[in-house]
Design a protein around this ligand. Sequence first.
Ligand code: ADP
Ligand code: MG
Length: 704
Amino acid sequence: MQSPNKSFLATPIEFLKGVGPDRADILKKEAQIFTFGDLLKLYPYRYIDRTQFYSTQHIDNTQTYIQLKGKLKDIRELGEGRGKRLTAVFYDNDGEIDLVWFQGIKWILNAIDTKETYVLYGKPSWFNGKLNITHPDLEKLSTYTAEDAGTFRAMYNTSEKMKTKSLDSKGISKLMTTLISQLKPEHIVENLPQSILSKYKLLSRFDAIKNIHVPQNLSLQNEALKRLKFEELFLIQLNLLQLKIIRKRERGIFFEKVDHYFKNFYEQALPFELTNAQKRVLKEIRKDTLSNIQMNRLLQGDVGSGKTIVALLTMLMAIDNNYQAALMAPTEILAQQHFVSLKEMCDKIGINIALLTGSSKTKERKKLLADLLEGNIHILIGTHALIEDVVQFKNLGIVVIDEQHRFGVAQRAKLWKKNNVPPHILVMTATPIPRTLAMTLYGDLDVSVLDELPPNRKPITTVQRYETQRIAVFDFMRDEIAKGRQIYIVYPLIEESETLDLNDLMQGFESICRSFPLPEYNVSIVHGRMKADAKDFEMQRFVKGETQIMVATTVIEVGVNVPNASVMIIENAERFGLSQLHQLRGRVGRGAEQSYCILMTTHKLSADGKKRIKTMCETNDGFKISEVDLELRGPGNLEGTQQSGNIDLKIANLATDGPIIEEARKAAIGLLDEDATLEKPENATLKYYLQHQKGSSNFWSKIS
Ligand code: ADP
Ligand code: MG
């Protein structure tokens, strides 16, 4: 095994030439840089490449900043007020590209000379299906003396305080150059096995670190970036897959038979024919529960794909084998609704089902907990309250977690301890997530997909409407209600200004009540500030069809099921995220009738806002929507992923590095296939590294 020559990397940062005590202090406080090694881990966020001139023919939007040489023509001032802008065409011998300025228009108009040749430096991006460069740097070729001329340099983010000590990007860059000049191959441990380096054509770790900071040229910088991204993603995949392998050695409960509960229900109480996807997933689950190994399965399915019935049938398998089952939901409303709809079905076949939530009364709670321990309760439904230690089962066989994204890995792990042999675990996601993200977030789970909606569903028609079209929207609502349909109107709720939002909601409610008066129309209202029983009362009125319109905040977002509701109106739709819009829309289109989703927006939308609304109007496919969401918001902001600490990436990007994720996963699978416990000598350094890197130990402590 290559032994790390730690002393160099562990050298305190004050010993680097150019650092001294003052700067060392700032580096420690502002950037947690204590040693040489820490400094090397401060990765650049982009590069200035002024070593070469590109041709306008070779521009694409994968480039960051590029340098061009050419002239300007067709200079135009366009738009009014805020929309005011200046456009020009930049051309060289090969072609042209549009330029746009939104600021400093007058100055640029004065300065530009169409006879001059310029050196342009900027970042190409797509706009309206065409490439352009916004706010480029321009310098006359005749006087081109840019400080950076001919350089290829890394750019670093630093703080205001660092800048006061001249530790701006350039300052860091200087330090980095000094450090890299002293760096020798023996200082850097190669943590990837040689076989993987050659198979995936990766730079050595030493070369990668050198070229990420002080690139010799563009292609080496690209390779350095790829190597470091690969390494980061590969280590994550190794962790997840090893976890999966360890689990596969974990004894699981054997569900020997499928007996009368399952059969009775299937033959007599099942309200519809299962879709082929539902049947396939049930077979996958059945196979797991017959394997003597604990099931850890993720069920992905779009809203309305029928996950609940799969959950129930799975729980019946447990009950047929004298085990109990638990179903965990993220909110009280959803837990309640699962309880109500499942109870109806369970009563038919003599199954005892109970509900436990935060608002269960002490006395009921005591009785319930006692019954649970006695084994008198077959299925327990609840919220997070289920994880608490006081909740003890007689023999828990399976836990279904609905809307997984709100539960972390650690919470999942707590559930295992609720039985001697860990119960089987089925997690169901509310929102489909892109494949590459699933690989990273749920890489330790087996995955089933419900890729088929129940038959006779008509795709929901989605449209955008403005406030000025409100009267037409009201007319449309009256028509739908006349046909016997029900309508949701949802208002955004943003935590920082809850009062303000509540005002919006109440005003909306009043205006609806005026336009849809009693006795002909009845209107429900539900929001987060209401007491649980008041909320429930209003919900139930709507569920029973006593009210035609439900005015609500996003408390109704998840899971609510009223098949007769055919119109979803979302107010200030631009304020919602994509996955939330998709979830809300999923509340309609559950019956046989044509359903509609109306997105009310203002005229002023941000570019992202426009894209979200457009995406919603164009597609009903949750997987497509999640791809766009990932692209727009980045993985860190994707709903629900914040808590999952294992995607706190330093250099890779889950939204854009899909191909590297796939490769890294493939490489990890290949390696573990040959050497599951990393015993082979050639994998020794990797094993050592996995056990000692900070990230992975955190990761492991969360699991166990
Ligand atoms: P989700 O996957 O969003 O949790 P649900 O389980 O709530 O979806 O199911 C949505 C609706 O579809 C429910 O009204 C349910 O009864 C109905 N449903 C589920 N499976 C089928 C099926 N195979 N045929 C017809 N309707 C179904
Ligand atoms: Mg559901």
